[in-house]
Ligand binder design. Sequence first.
Ligand SMILES: Cc1cc2nc3c(=O)[nH]c(=O)nc-3n(C[C@H](O)[C@H](O)[C@H](O)COP(=O)(O)OP(=O)(O)OC[C@H]3O[C@@H](n4cnc5c(N)ncnc54)[C@H](O)[C@@H]3O)c2cc1C
Length: 402
Amino acid sequence: MIFESNQIGFGASGRNGGWCSGFLPVTLSELEKTHGRIAAIEMYKESFRTLDEIENVITDLQIDCDYHRGGTINGATNLVQKSRVDAEISEMRRFGFGEDDYRTLTRDELSNRLNISDVITASYTPHCAALNPAKLVQGLANAVENLGVEIYENTNVVEYADRHVKTQNHGCKANIVIRATEGFTSQIKRHRRTLAPLYSYMVATEPLTPRQLSTLGWQNRETYHDARNMIIYAQLTQDNRIAFGGRGAPYHFASRVKPQYDVHTEIHEKIIRSMRDVFRVSRELEVTHRWGGPLGVPRNWKPSVNFDPKTGLGSLGGYVGDGVAAANLAARTLAHLIINDKHPLTDLPWVNHPSRKWEIEPLRYIGINGLLKISESMDDHESKHNKPDKIRSFILEKFLGD
Ligand SMILES: Cc1cc2nc3c(=O)[nH]c(=O)nc-3n(C[C@H](O)[C@H](O)[C@H](O)COP(=O)(O)OP(=O)(O)OC[C@H]3O[C@@H](n4cnc5c(N)ncnc54)[C@H](O)[C@@H]3O)c2cc1C
């Protein structure tokens, strides 16, 4: 039985940037520190394999969600970004991942894949696909309904405890209760400080003409981002639109989540400016769609899968904006924890490794918004001076630590 306070796909799953990525918001080194080298490698391998799993599911269930695995390109537009891209490749090598997993693109290779100016170097990994998230989530909902799962839309869970869920109108008994509420978690009683809702915003252009598409040379629908601190992400949709997103919107006091926050004129304008910088051809294109939504961020910025067989309570998420593929891996892991079959997935480092809670207000507000400002000003500093901003990097690292 699924309770959904709005309609299926209302959350980030129905409105994300459609990156189905095998990469996680936690690095191999971070995982090594807490769980050791082998566990770190296994976590990444499972995350990469998740794309095969998703491909099998959408093929078996015939879910038409514009899926295409073209990989992803990470560009660097200044020397600091270059050092970040190089460091990422060295880290992959240090953990035994080879050229097939992650590699530098030569200038020619880059321009054959995606002809954008200003990029001084770029890396490529095949572990990412582009898809239409709303079509995926609707297809999955239909599939589970066909298997007999009851989905109750417009049913808000206000509170839950062991073996019990309370909706706005009813109470319900359940042996197992799983919370999968991501960016909306702070709205549930006793969970105000579990995950902070940070907003990500997106725009989409009208479809590129064949001439514009050939100028760009974007043949294989690779997703694109660059190595700035304030994340941007782009994909070419199946109907040849550029869908471009960015994070960095201000956090709302007391973790508030409201429908009016889903559009943010100032941030959307900023995102459009970034898109026009990255993809010059988009200056000729009209922006036809703007949207946004909350994503869930734990205090340690690391997702987790949690289950307590004694109480039957579980939770998954805190994907920090990288949840399309990770939600699949997390859900499969949770299924094995529930049936207790000792499956290897249940040994992954994110199992039963929840984060501590966020600070109380106004510390949370000051901390998160301060961090966002620092990230943005670091990007300005790096592009102006072509060297790292050591003081701000130090503050950022301290804040992002466990
Ligand atoms: C604009 C944007 C772009 C993104 N781009 C990407 C991307 O390109 N790639 C990527 O990997 N990730 C991306 N993400 C993040 C990704 O979409 C999420 O991590 C992922 O979809 C989370 O899935 P979920 O099912 O856990 O949560 P959600 O999809 O948020 O679903 C939670 C659901 O729970 C419901 N709910 C909440 N509270 C209650 C309650 N009390 N009672 C009942 N129901 C409730 C909500 O209505 C919602 O439908 C993006 C997110 C945003 C907002």
